[in-house]
Write a protein that binds this ligand. Structure first.
Ligand code: SAH
Ligand code: DHB
Ligand code: MG
Length: 221
């Protein structure tokens, strides 16, 4: 079983369960046109975080890593009326394109895209006593995952669900240790989770159009 098969199966479920979606398709096309890397979540994974956030009844969602707003749209669609999503993005051009895409999706009233180093934005929010988030999606630079987890925990309460993308990376997470700072960030974050008695967590390996990777799901108890 190899990449072609994984891609075909992703396409099969995409056609059956998701189909064409103007807002999502527009976000992907605009990201490509703007020359952004195609590192957005797959449609299948976008649908999964949407379902998790909706099932959690999330009214406040935090995203770390916006890119062109593809996952932002999936998550914002999980919000009830009056709900809020804050998405943190370092690159002002990414944020500009993402705002356009979120507007095009009719969701800009509930989405706030904040430009800057996510660690700083997280510290600012915690310092200002922001209300806890119900659902948090971590998907920015992987080397900062330990800081993103810590910052997220300061903005969490009992029942907050945290999903972290890209924790497997072709299996590299299980070693041998390459010293790659992104992989160090992923492994350190997993150690933090394991050492924290407040957290219940799992990690799932995935294959699909985007290759072999995986995600972690963490519940704050
Ligand atoms: N969640 C998006 C993909 C995000 S890609 C989706 O699935 O559609 C990762 C994003 O994180 C990029 O846009 C990148 O600019 C941003 N990023 C990288 N380093 C960052 C940092 N230090 N602070 C905030 N955002 C950062
Ligand atoms: C990369 C980042 C991602 O968030 C992703 O889903 C895939 C790849 C990257 O930085 O290479
Ligand atoms: Mg990712």
């Amino acid at each position: 079983m190899t990449q072609d098969r994984w891609t075909a199966v992703d396409s099969f479920f995409h056609e059956k369960l998701i189909g064409e979606d103007d807002a999502l398709d527009h976000a992907l096309a605009s990201g490509r046109k703007a020359g952004m890397p195609e590192i957005h979540v797959s449609a299948a994974f976008g649908a999964l975080i949407h379902l998790l956030a909706r099932t959690r009844g999330a009214e406040r969602i935090l995203e770390i890593g916006t890119l062109a707003g593809y996952s932002t749209i999936w998550l914002a669609r999980a919000l009830p009326a009056g709900g809020k999503l804050i998405s943190l993005e370092l690159d002002a051009e990414h944020a500009r394109v993402a705002r356009q895409n979120v507007s095009h999706a009719g969701l800009i009233d509930r989405v706030d895209i904040r430009i800057g180093e996510a660690t700083e934005s997280l510290a600012e929010m915690a310092g200002a006593g922001a209300d806890p988030f119900d659902f948090i999606f971590i998907d920015a630079d992987k080397r900062s995952n330990p800081a993103y987890l810590e910052g997220s925990l300061r903005l969490s309460g009992p029942g907050t669900l945290i999903v972290v993308d890209n924790v497997v990376r072709n299996g590299a997470v299980a070693g041998p240790d390459s010293g790659d700072p992104d992989m160090v960030g992923i492994r350190t974050m997993i150690d933090q989770v394991a050492a924290n008695p407040r957290l219940t967590a799992t990690a799932i390996q995935t294959v699909g159009g985007k290759g072999y990777d995986g995600f972690a799901v963490i519940r704050v108890d």
